[in-house]
Design a protein around this ligand. Structure first.
Ligand SMILES: [Fe+2]
Ligand SMILES: [Fe+2]
Length: 361
């Protein structure tokens, strides 16, 4: 029998939160677990991109980060109990949400490998699930030091799975891999310049780590290149939808962690715009449009969206009829703000003939 970890854990309080429960929650903003039509994905023929494909697979097979996700002498001891409580809570939230996102990739990729028969697809997904398992495990080691590791086995069974058609998996996963790369490398470069803000050793591991995410994104770019319909016609509207959703979710989520970013010495709006800029530049390899993040409506509308989410949360905590009404009103404001972001005219690009890129930040 698999009992929830909560049954085994001595107690949960503000210093020892139930991280498995945090990771299991399904909200609009939490990382999700996905399932898809595995047979359709298994039928992909990579012949049109064979030369680039073989090169990428050979690189993944060589496993450049094989020894990277291990603690070394660079792993400084952290005084978790001495950490300022606001920072501690937000940092734990950051680690749990990152671990869930990494593990979500691991579960999806492993399932694809398990269900598939196509040797190209199975090989790709076995390397990617290997990497994501390491990433999730490494973050969980950091949580374990604080006595609050996420029970990943339990999460696999208890978490709700969201079904996405394969093309939506490509858009969402491609973007989350590339934005993951941009997030990790931007923090890494910032802390390289300002080591006094590196309050936890895990950030030292981000450079090699983000190269894994970069290659995973490359694989999805190649998969999308096998079928030009995926990046043309009505699908351009879907691409715009996913770009808007992924960027705005990141904005709202990051703004909910002011203490964490203050400790890193990072201005959240600057950081988010920087990550959007890098992600958009990379995504020119495959997407025919990009979001105009310098448009005069972009930041003010993101700020409106964020305020609506803060109010929605406050209404939820208030409860009762007043809380329910408050949630509906704030939800409508969030919907309007999202529509406002979606209707900002996109910039058009012509993706290059050769899709492959190397990490350059
Ligand atoms: Fe990862
Ligand atoms: Fe990844």
């Amino acid at each position: 029998m698999n009992a929830p970890t909560a049954a085994f854990a001595p107690e949960h309080d503000s210093t020892h939160p139930d991280t498995t429960a945090m990771a299991t929650q399904t909200t609009l903003l939490n990382p999700r677990f996905y399932t898809t039509d595995f047979d359709e994905m298994d039928a992909i023929d990579v012949t049109p991109v064979r030369a680039d494909w073989d090169k990428l697979i050979a690189q993944m097979k060589s496993d450049p980060n094989k020894g990277h996700f291990k603690k070394t002498a660079d792993w400084d001891q952290i005084d978790w109990d001495g950490m300022e409580p606001g920072l501690r809570a937000e940092f734990i939230d950051f680690l749990v949400s990152s671990c869930t996102a990494e593990f979500s990739g691991c579960v999806l990729y492993k399932e694809m490998k398990r269900r598939g028969n196509n040797p190209d697809i199975c090989e790709l997904f076995s390397y990617m699930s290997r990497d994501e398992a390491r990433h999730a495990g490494f973050i969980n080691d950091a949580l374990r030091e604080a006595g609050i590791a996420v029970n990943l086995g339990f999460l696999t069974k208890a978490k709700k799975y969201t079904y996405f058609r394969p093309k939506f998996i490509y858009y969402a996963t491609y973007l989350s891999e590339k934005i993951g790369y941009a997030r990790y490398i931007t923090i890494f470069r910032h802390l390289e310049a300002h080591p006094e803000h590196r309050f936890h050793p895990i950030f030292k591991w981000f450079r090699e780590w983000c190269n894994d995410e970069f290659s995973h994104g490359e694989a999805f770019a190649l998969l999308m290149r096998t079928d030009p319909r995926l990046t043309s016609g009505v699908n351009v509207w879907w691409i715009k939808f996913f770009l808007t959703a992924v960027y705005s979710t990141m904005w709202v989520r990051d703004h909910a962690r002011p203490e964490f970013h203050k400790a890193l010495g990072v201005d959240i709006a600057w950081y988010d715009q920087e990550v959007f800029r890098k992600t958009s530049a990379i995504a020119r390899q495959i997407f025919p449009i990009e979001i105009d993040i310098d448009h005069p409506r972009w930041i003010p509308t993101l700020e409106r969206l964020e305020r609506a989410f803060v109010d929605m949360d406050a209404a939820r905590q208030r409860g009762g009829i007043g809380g329910a009404v408050g949630r509906i009103v704030a939800g409508a404001r969030a919907g309007l703000a999202f529509a406002g972001l979606y209707t900002i005219p996109a910039r058009r690009n012509t993706p290059p003939a050769s899709v492959r890129l190397e990490p350059s930040y």
